[in-house]
Design a protein around this ligand. Sequence first.
Ligand SMILES: [Fe+2]
Length: 299
Amino acid sequence: MGISIFPITESFAAEIGDVDLAAPLAPAELAAIKQAFWTYAVLIFPAQTLTEQQHLDFAAHFGPLETSVAALNGKARLRLRADLADVSNLNSRNEIWGKDSRTRMIQLGNRLWHTDSSFKYLPARASLLYARKIPPIGGHTEFADLRAAYDALPDEVKARLEGLIAEHSLANSRLRTGFTNFTDAERAGLPPVPQLIVRTLPETNRKTLYVASHAGRIFGLPDADGRALIDQLIEHATQRRFVYTHRWRVGDLVMWDDRCTMHRGTEFDDLRWTRDMQRATVSDVANSCEQESVAIPAA
Ligand SMILES: [Fe+2]
């Protein structure tokens, strides 16, 4: 028997059943999952039981894996191995973080609409988030379909966006939450990077917006105009008609295409409940400008 695909929305999110991601996948199963991924962009695999290694092995079918930002910053003690991002409210001793913890201040930026690692020159292609423990209320993840949002733009706006390049930086999104306390080493390790605002997905030839709270100025526009345009595009793309809200169950593995979606975590009482998630992240094949041979302007 092959995998089962249950669409949750018409063309954006689907549940995948009859597959055990802890076991080796048959080529036909993997091909069907990839086909569904290009079609939907958000796939949910319920009731999985995965070790860290099994989680990473499944992710590696989609490309090379990223090292987490925390590991890059040389954070002293990591709860998870360096190739998994710790998306939890726990410290390295598995205790709920403190109100003023620095990690908490930085992670609050995940409640803004973003796409993973767009602030890296080589951004993410796909993220695979696995739920180990969830709060009883809140702590959902919302996803916005940037392909559908692009399709819905008026033609004159599409024409205006063609070839525009935004500068992405982790500092941009954290500034929006009021966090500015980066160390010099962190700043030096994550310089602003260029990313196209409209991309074409090679597997389907579909065009998509590529914006996030990490985006700041736009090359060739006055700073204020560029930032205003990013805000307008995020607002457009996150209208309810483009958004799917995932309510987590323990054992869900949710994977999404970072090239054509944004996501954000919703609020929960993070000083009371544990939310323990781990994320494997697959790198894209090249910077978004390079992939489409668009010249990168001098900073
Ligand atoms: Fe994220």
